[in-house]
Ligand binder design. Structure first.
Ligand SMILES: CC(C)(COP(=O)(O)OP(=O)(O)OC[C@H]1O[C@@H](n2cnc3c(N)ncnc32)[C@H](O)[C@@H]1OP(=O)(O)O)[C@@H](O)C(=O)NCCC(=O)NCCS
Length: 168
């Protein structure tokens, strides 16, 4: 019997108490979003631990604020009406991998742990078979986010370590 395709995942608004995950097509509606995304993209931890280019440019900011394309679904974390970070799933073969970045002002409050929980539940509810988090080995905060969400350590993958969670 044919199964319903799980991708593209719907980019619905997700809420978790005080944290809202706003569909990326609406990110431009947030006040001060250009400044907040700029700060999140040029912050030293983001430069060290992600593939965000450095130096960063206005053109890169414009491209990032646009629609992410068919193989990626992205949300903005919003707290108190302010941009607090981004979270996305990128389609892979029989899986989707996370990318995330909390705005510097919003880090260390448990926001990305909660955001991954909400997006993972959404993805599994729509039939995603397997979700993956990859991080540089020294990225303790990101590894903590994976472990706190019940992802299982799956070993080294190139320069990264990989964590996996499968649908039950
Ligand atoms: C990784 C990142 C997204 C985490 O976002 P966050 O919203 O601050 O995460 P949370 O607050 O939900 O959780 C971070 C956890 O890691 C812990 N942590 C933070 N820095 C740590 C460190 N250096 N060593 C160990 N644990 C650390 C925090 O104490 C927290 O644990 P707790 O919930 O038990 O208190 C954020 O640090 C970030 O944006 N980093 C730069 C971009 C990046 O690395 N993206 C991921 C690429 S794989």
């Amino acid at each position: 019997m044919p199964t319903k395709p799980w991708w593209p995942l719907p980019c619905a608004e997700l809420t978790d108490g005080a944290l809202t995950l706003l569909p990326w097509p609406r990110v431009a509606s947030l006040p001060g979003v250009r400044e907040d995304v700029w700060a999140a993209s040029t912050d030293p931890r983001a430069v060290e631990f992600t593939t965000i280019p450095s130096p960063y440019t206005e053109a890169m900011l414009d491209a990032y604020l646009a629609e992410p394309g068919p193989d990626c679904v992205r949300w903005a974390l919003v707290v108190g009406g302010r941009y607090a970070g981004s979270i996305e799933l990128r389609r892979e073969t029989d899986a989707a991998s996370f990318g995330y970045n909390t705005a510097p002002w919003a880090r260390g409050r448990g926001l990305m742990t909660r955001a991954v929980r909400a997006v993972a539940a959404h993805a599994f509810a729509h039939g995603a078979p397997r979700l993956v988090i990859r991080a540089l080995p020294g990225n303790a905060a990101s590894r903590h986010v994976a472990e706190a969400n019940g992802f299982t350590y799956a070993g080294e993958r190139g320069d990264n370590v990989e964590y996996v969670k499968t649908a039950r």
